[in-house]
Design a protein around this ligand. Structure first.
Ligand SMILES: *Cc1c(COP(=O)(O)O)cnc(C)c1O
Length: 394
């Protein structure tokens, strides 16, 4: 063992323990659902990304069980060798249909998809323009390309325009944004981004992980939300949130984009293919999501109700319509204290503080699901109501 390395890591861990504290993952028992078992207690969960409640859908789970029985668990090979099964292609077709793209290619996660996409599509003569609040996987994927990289302040279209000008000599300019940003729950200004992309002859890439299945009348995502179907050149998304919460990611878009990724995306080629039961479950989730628009309607009405209830209690709630509800509890340990009070009242929602969000923008992120009952929504509101006492005597 190398003492120099271990010494350095121990010192850094000690520092971290003092400054930010060490993260300890919560251990949850039982299946994902609107309630979770934690430390022998049952908590109403407002902390998962299971927006449509499909992680617990009987049809989704039955399809996975049947696939496990008939096709086994894993394939022990990459897609490009003998790992591809019919279900992989069927799922890709189902994803393309859901998001309204010509084609789609599976990856084992959206993190993987974002790691592969930039290096596959761009070269040293190109430029990437990335929103400052883009997801970590986009940041890392962009690190892996040889293209020029420019970051613009979150949603700052003027700065984006300056960066586009700066990179006027690039062969391609690719604008990259999350469709929905996970900390603020705000939706990217797609109409303006499409307009800038058109004006500057730039390509547009959207990571719609928090929007696929959620936004738009048919769940196609951010583009459908704005009536801008067909305007996104490269779309990435996850199967691990609204679409059953299993695992998997994808890149969808014009055939040439998707086929290029099949040829060269390293996290597509050099890794094991998705386990068939996961692929079957995701395809079932997509079908249920399309067939049951009432899930999105219920999600929207539950979200609107809880946003209103929290505002009526006097909380500062960042505006928006997305089921991510940021409840701002600025400064010190207020957000953490309120989250602890909620937990004592049987409600699970996480406090986010620096470095996940800037100092002074501490908050609790509440995430609504179509699976929440009226009683669970009321329980959350009541717990936030009682937590006002923490605000009065912090
Ligand atoms: C959750 C998320 C990811 C990661 O998705 P996985 O499939 O879990 O790897 C990527 N991008 C965004 C914007 C996300 O919200």
């Amino acid at each position: 063992m190398n003492a120099t390395l271990l010494d350095r890591l121990r010192t850094e861990l000690d520092d971290r323990r003092v400054t930010t504290g060490l993260r300890r993952d919560l251990v949850v028992s039982g299946a994902q659902g609107p309630t979770l078992g934690v430390d022998g207690e049952t908590l109403a969960s407002f902390a998962s990304n299971d927006y449509l409640g499909l992680a617990g859908d009987p049809e989704v789970l039955d399809s996975a069980r049947r696939a496990l029985r008939d096709q086994g668990l894993g394939v022990a090979a990459g897609r490009v060798l003998c790992g591809t099964r019919a279900i992989h292609s069927e799922l890709e077709a189902g994803i393309a249909e859901l998001v309204g793209a010509e084609d789609a290619v599976l990856h084992n996660s959206c993190f993987d998809a974002n790691l592969g996409v930039f290096d596959a599509l761009l070269g040293p003569d190109d430029a990437v323009l990335s929103d400052a609040l883009n997801h970590a996987s986009l940041v890392d994927g962009i690190r892996l390309t040889r293209a020029r990289r420019r970051v613009f302040a979150h949603a700052d279209l003027d700065e984006l325009e300056r960066r586009l000008d700066e990179c006027a000599d690039a062969r391609h300019r690719l604008i990259v944004t999350d469709g929905v940003f996970s900390m603020d729950g705000d939706v990217a200004a797609l109409p303006q981004l499409c307009e800038l992309a058109r004006h500057y002859d730039a390509a547009l890439m959207v990571d719609d992980s928090h929007a696929t299945g959620v936004l738009g009348a048919t769940g196609a995502g951010t583009a459908e939300h704005f009536g801008l179907e067909g305007r996104i050149d490269v779309l990435t998304g996850t199967l691990g949130k609204a679409l059953g919460g299993g695992a998997g990611g994808f890149v969808a878009g014009p055939r040439a984009v998707v086929e290029t990724l099949r040829q060269v995306s390293r996290p597509y080629i050099f890794t094991n293919a998705m386990a068939p039961p996961l692929a079957v479950a995701a395809l079932t989730a997509i079908r249920v999501a399309r067939r049951r628009p009432e899930l999105r309607e219920r999600l929207a009405s539950s979200t609107a109700w809880l946003r209103g209830a929290l505002r009526d209690l006097g909380y500062e709630v960042l505006p928006g319509e997305h089921p991510i509800i940021p409840v701002m509890l600025r400064g010190g340990t207020l957000a953490r204290d309120v989250a602890a009070a909620l937990r004592r009242d049987g409600v699970l929602a996480f406090a986010l503080s620096y470095p996940v969000v800037p100092q002074g923008e501490e908050r609790i992120r509440v995430q609504v699901s179509a699976a929440h009952t009226a009683g669970q929504l009321e329980l959350a509101a009541a717990a936030f109501g009682r937590a006002r006492a923490v605000l009065a005597h912090p």
